[in-house]
Design a protein around this ligand. Sequence first.
Ligand SMILES: *Cc1c(COP(=O)(O)O)cnc(C)c1O
Length: 373
Amino acid sequence: MRIETAAVHAGRSVDPATGAVAPPLHLSTTYERDADGGYERGFVYGRTSNPSRESFERAMATLEGGACAMAFASGLAAASAVFQSLRPGDHVVAPRRLYHGVRTLLESIHGPWGLTASHAEMHEPGAAEAAMTPGTRLVWIESPANPTLETTDIRAIADMAHARGALVCCDNTFATPILQRPIEHGADLVMHAATKWIGGHSDLTGGVVVFAREDEVAERVREVQRVGGGVMAPFDCWLAARGVRSLACRVRAASASAARIAAHFDGHALVERVLYPGLRDCPGHAAAARQMEGYGGLVSLCVRGGRAEAMGAASRVRLFTRATSLGGVESLIEHRESIEGPATTTPANLLRLSIGLEHPDDLIADLERALAG
Ligand SMILES: *Cc1c(COP(=O)(O)O)cnc(C)c1O
């Protein structure tokens, strides 16, 4: 089955009880026990399992080419569950550029709990390897990375990590399984903020981890889900599963528009630099060309001048909305440096664009006007 077909059908069937074509939303927190005390139908209690959640989890496992998946209350809850599957004293190698929430999670939650972490420039050959210690159990990668959109060579990192007995988890939020399936390139785990492209309409919060194998790591994360209890809510699962059905069309359209916008502003007099994995000078472009089928719906523009010029341009947009987050049908623009806090390494003149489903020419015209002042 090709991925477009899987996106429509995976984890879904006509409801046997009613014939409903659109899947029912299961809100029940508890399930009837059989007369003999068993649970023949498989569901017991809302935290441990839920039909709407299972449907979404099956869809994500199928799209990523994994064996199983677990959905959590947010992208960070999903990332946290992966870190919680490790033991105090274990070491994690993480990217220098990564979603700032994952950095904070490692530093302020899992650091005090006993995980140690080092950060490496993942797109530079040898850098991740140099950061490995005998205690490294996990290499965390994010590709393309937020917000500078460098690409990490997933296969190279996986080969290096596996040779040293470490697992690789890839945050695939920016690319989605439509453009990049990390398990095919050797990753053991794939994490998503379902809040972004998967949901696709800026109206749900959720996260998911997909596992290449049904093994003890998957079992440990399943225990974190079941006992830790940070599960994704049924309605959010239902919305996310609906998002999956149109994911291929939405992501490809956004990716094509983003490529056009990146090409338009590359070399523009008012733009110092365009960061987009599809541009030859974007770090890791060769790996992006190998492991991605399209370069995604995010583009970062470094505005000529500095912080004031970038903030000025953001203040003048009419079609783009100034807001954080990404992956919705509406285009968003964000000055990242001012949102990431004091530890940020993001350039002050950088504006991150999440390209939605508007016509790219309208978006280009809006940006042209905003840059010109
Ligand atoms: C948004 C995001 C997250 C965190 O997801 P939440 O649902 O906000 O917790 C993690 N990684 C990336 C790349 C993201 O964009």
